[in-house]
Design a protein around this ligand. Structure first.
Ligand code: NAG
Ligand code: NAG
Length: 987
């Protein structure tokens, strides 16, 4: 309130001297008071630093942060640096007509400055740096330039161009910094009028355009020139030597080009020269050699050429030399050894050849040496590292170095980073690296290292990256690898390492990447590795590994390329037998539900506590059945539920039927086209012109089946196609995706699901009225027909065939669940969707069709899918449970029971309903489960049938999370089928 009153006073000059005195001095003093109070009123001062600024005072000279000129009694300095002030710069300052110094740096003052803000033209120093001021640089600053010596507007958010007339009259300007703003445009050439300038800092803006360097070279007092991190362009003419006192020239990260000025070496006081990240060309000018004071020279990322001159050794003060990423060639002169003050040397990514100069050994303070990406050859000079005790980082990678790795490397106690990769070093691993407390990166990949991995490598425990791949290392991976607890990348691939993967690796709980491929590692992968929760990538392919993959972590989700080429890993993605070192029979013990103790024992792979007369060993994930009594209750609940579902389904079936018949309404003739996915790559497609009218084709085709998604026809494609048989499914149109693009996308995803146990989707035909899916044709009919609708004349399925069918379905489902993100869920697993070829290979059909529905809610799913009684996973009928791929595992479990018993999942007697799953469970509990085995199957091995039945009961667990994953199911089936001698081979 007071402020606004004062403010209006200020500009109406209403001051009447109503404060006792009327004399002139008093009036003047109060002008300062008034100005500062108004200035203060625009600021927030959370720490009350300006509490002493009292509007009732006669003079401001006693206020904190304010100074007056004793001669005039007027305010001459206001210094408010770092007081945590925010708010705006207001016009109160205009009243301070004798102000010489105004410093507001390191606050949070924001907003734009009024373009007309008229500061006193006696101002000598203005520092607004380190605030958040924005908008253009006020044009009114031109009026203070005649007096100002120091102007710092750095570290704000000023934008726009520098006012063209800013440097019209700047006779006193010594210091100008506009750095770290967002200024753009070019620099007025009138800058050359500021002839006393000794610091010009325009760095870190968006300036562009040509810099007139002849104007800059005329600023003879310049000590610091910083134009870095802009988009300036220009050639640098000679004449720089006129700036006699130049100490620092920072031009990095612009578009400066052309040769370096040849007289640059005459700026004898130059200490710091940064030319990096430009497009300078040509050689280093010979005059540079005279810069005895230069401590910092960085010219990386240019196009500089020629050899590194002998005189480089004359720049004896150099502490930092970076010439990386240029086109320097030839050998490095021995004279670099004269740079005794050097701590940082980077000659990487040039075309240097020849040996590493042994004279480097005399640069005793060297901490960082990078020679990466050149053609250095010969061996690493003897004794080099012995005398360079300060080395922290060494990168000699990507050269042609031969010979051995000097042993003294283990004595470099400060070493953090060692990279000798991609050379031709022929050597054992250097000893004592484990003693290097700070070593975090050790990269020796792609050499010819031999011998074994030293046991003490991990003694310090700080190693984060260890890359030894592509060598000839042999022997075991030492147990002590577990001491490398900071590791996040471990790459030992492409060596000759043997033995088993040490259990101790499970202690590497930061590990993200583990690469062990192409070695001779054998045995099983320790299950404990499943505890490595941070793993993102694992490759164990091409070893001699066997057995199950660890559960947990990412092992279950590895793709084929990370697993293949082993002796017998259990995975749905791999062909060939899986070798286990566990004896039969497995415990797939559904009775274990009663055992509360097992609830938390999920990850244990050891023998559970309750053992009957058999000697049981468990497959961990399977015994992981939890919540004992919940399941018992659930059995009762589902029995009731199934009865109610049955009633509802009769109604739903009727409704579906009427939908189907109304689906083919007459309309305009379809103008669709047939899209066939290329069999070689499902992403490309070709229209088959030979089928001009799919509808006429359909009329000729014979209908072979009907499902919830529509009718299926068998069609022979024209003789030009070699009489290829395909199946065409005509979709029921209701609820199907309306937009051809969406339909195309979804069908193409399904078309990518290629697997020996899946019916391949070959293409589609789309019009608004009609959608057809073209799939592979399976001549041998469905499992439903083979199992439940068998003619007495055809022989029953044998146990080996039944098992083969089960394993095939499991592999197909595992592919759908584990090779796609998100997984493709079938939702409708039942025998009529399992087709068979002549060799009893199962092929799953109708998978993923749910993706073609507009709306996929639970109602649609439970009605349209798994509508056959008995296959409905309980969660599909229960609104509150999350539905995921586990509902397919339920359906699969029911199908196992059907295959083993030959019965339907639900059978109706005179006055009772037999629910197969519960029936088998009861028999199992009574100890005579083999009674339920299909009597038409004369001969079967009990030690396979029994665990398969138990697997079925586990798969049909009421609780989705208690069901195994499809990958685990495949592993278990593989184990069950493995002949006993092989399973025992490890003992
Ligand atoms: C290891 O690094 C730490 C932190 O940078 C440092 O304090 C310590 O001196 C280093 N140890 C050695 C042996 O150089
Ligand atoms: C390294 O690991 C081994 C065996 O795993 C252990 O006996 C030893 O104590 C560990 N050493 C250190 C320094 O942790």
């Amino acid at each position: 309130m007071v402020a606004s009153l004062l403010f209006s006073c200020l500009f109406l000059t209403c001051w009447g001297g109503n404060n006792n005195g009327n004399n002139m001095a008093n009036f003047q003093l109060n002008d300062d008071v008034l100005g500062l109070i108004v200035f203060k009123s625009d600021l927030q001062d959370p720490s009350s630093h300006l509490a002493s600024w009292n509007e009732d005072d006669v003079s401001a000279c006693s206020w904190r942060f304010v100074r007056c000129d004793p001669a005039t009694g007027r305010v001459s300095e206001v210094t408010l640096d770092g007081l945590g002030l925010s708010g705006k710069i207001g016009r109160g300052l205009e009243k301070l007509q004798h102000l010489k110094v105004l410093s507001l740096s390191h606050n949070n003052i924001s907003g734009t400055i009024t373009p007309s803000l008229a500061l006193s033209n006696t101002l000598e120093s203005l520092n607004l740096s380190h605030n958040t001021l924005s908008g253009p640089i006020p044009t009114s600053l031109v009026s203070i330039m005649s007096s100002v010596r120091f102007l710092d507007l750095s570290q704000n958010s000023f934008s726009g161009q520098v006012p063209q007339n800013l440097f019209q009259n700047c006779p006193s300007l010594h210091y100008l910094s506009l750095s770290w703003n967002m200024l753009e445009g070019s620099i007025p050439t009138s800058i050359s009028r500021c002839s006393l300038l000794n610091t010009l800092n325009l760095s870190n803006n968006d300036f562009s355009g040509n810099v007139d360097f002849s104007a800059i070279w005329s600023l003879k007092r310049l000590r610091t020139l910083d134009l870095s991190n802009n988009a300036f362009s220009a050639n640098l003419p000679s004449g720089i030597s006129a700036i006699h006192n130049l100490k620092e020239m920072l031009l990095q990260n612009n578009h400066f080009s052309g040769p370096l000025p040849d007289d640059i070496g005459l700026c004898l006081h130059l200490k710091r020269l940064d030319l990096s990240d430009n497009v300078f060309t040509g050689p280093l000018p010979a005059s540079l050699g005279g810069l005895y004071s230069l401590t910092f020279l960085k010219a990386s990322n240019n196009l500089l050429t020629n050899e590194l001159p002998q005189w480089i050794g004359n720049m004896s003060s150099l502490e930092y030399l970076d010439l990386s990423n240029n086109q320097f060639a030839g050998s490095v002169p021995a004279s670099v050894g004269n740079l005794r003050s050097l701590t940082y040397l980077d000659l990487s990514d040039n075309k240097f050849v020849g040996g590493i100069p042994p004279s480097l050994a005399s640069i005793s303070k060297l901490s960082f040496i990078y020679l990466r990406g050149n053609g250095f050859n010969g061996s690493i000079p003897e004794g080099l590292f012995g005398s360079l005790g300060f080395l922290e980082e060494i990168d000699f990678s990507h050269n042609e170095l031969a010979g051995s790795i000097p042993k003294e490397i283990g004595l470099l106690s400060k070493l953090k980073y060692l990279n000798l990769s991609w050379n031709d070093l022929h050597s054992e691993m250097p000893p004592k690296l484990g003693l290097l407390q700070n070593l975090t990166v050790l990269d020796l990949q792609r050499n010819s290292l031999y011998g074994s991995i030293p046991e003490d490598l991990c003694d310090s425990g700080n190693l984060a990256i260890l890359q030894l791949d592509g060598n000839s290392l042999n022997g075991d991976i030492p147990d002590e690898i577990g001491n490398c607890t900071s590791l996040y990348l471990l790459s030992l691939c492409h060596n000759n390492l043997s033995g088993s993967i040490p259990k101790s690796m499970s202690k590497l709980n930061k590990l993200k990447v583990l690469k062990l491929e192409f070695n001779e590692l054998s045995g099983e992968i320790p299950q404990e590795l499943g505890m490595l929760q941070n793993l993102l990538a694992v490759n164990i392919s091409y070893n001699r590994l066997t057995g199950r993959l660890p559960t947990g972590s990412i092992f279950q989700n590895l793709d084929k390329s990370s697993l293949e080429g082993n002796l017998g890993l259990c995975s749905p993605l791999l062909k060939g037998p899986c070798k286990m070192n566990v004896p039969k029979p497995l415990v797939l013990d559904p009775n274990a539900y009663n055992n509360q103790m097992q609830r938390n024992d999920a990850s244990s792979s050891s023998i559970p506590s309750r053992i009957h007369h058999h000697k049981f060993l468990s497959v961990s994930a399977i015994v992981a059945i939890s919540a004992a009594f919940v399941i018992i209750l659930g059995v009762i609940a589902i029995s009731l539920l199934n009865v109610s579902v049955r009633r509802r389904l009769a109604f739903v079936d009727n409704a579906l039927e009427s939908m189907c018949s109304s689906s083919s309404r007459s309309g305009s003739p379809p103008t669709g086209k047939l899209i066939l996915f290329d069999s070689r790559s499902s992403s490309s497609s070709s229209s088959l012109s030979s089928i001009s009218n799919p509808e006429s084709l359909l009329s000729k085709a014979s209908e072979i089946g009907e499902g919830v998604f529509g009718t299926v026809h068998k069609v022979a494609l024209g003789s030009s196609q070699g009489g290829l048989m395909v199946a065409i499914k005509r979709l029921v149109t209701s609820n199907i995706i309306q937009y051809p693009e969406d339909f195309d996308r979804e069908v193409r995803i399904l078309g990518k699901a290629r697997h020996p146990n899946l019916i391949a989707l070959k293409g589609y035909y789309w019009t608004p009225q009609m959608q057809l899916l073209v799939t592979e044709y399976a001549p041998n009919g469905s499992l439903q027909a083979k199992l439940h609708e068998r003619l007495p004349s055809t022989p029953p399925l044998s146990w080996p065939n039944r098992f083969k069918i089960l394993l095939g379905i499991a592999k197909g489902l595992a592919h759908l669940h584990h090779s796609f993100r998100p997984p493709i869920i079938h939702y409708n697993i039942k025998p009529s969707n399992i087709l068979l070829d002549e060799n009893c290979n199962a092929k799953i059909s109708d998978f993923g069709l749910a993706r073609l529905l507009i709306k996929l809610d639970r109602h649609v799913m439970s009605n349209r899918f798994q509508s056959a009684l008995g296959y409905v996973a309980p969660e599909l009928a229960c609104q509150s449970l999350r539905v995921n791929e586990k509902c397919d595992i339920y359906g699969f479990g029911v199908m196992i029971l059907e295959l083993v018993t030959g019965r339907r999942p639900v059978e109706y007697g005179e006055d009772n309903v037999l629910i197969l799953k519960d029936h088998v469970r009861v028999l199992l509990e009574q100890g005579n489960v083999l009674e339920c085995v299909d009597p038409s199957m004369s001969d079967y091995p009990e030690d396979e049938v029994l665990p398969v039945l138990k697997l079925a009961l586990v798969c049909t667990s009421q609780i989705p999370s208690s069901r195994p994953s499809m990958a685990e199911v495949v592993q278990i089936l593989q184990v069950i089928k493995t002949p006993i001698p092989q399973r025992m081979e490890m003992f």
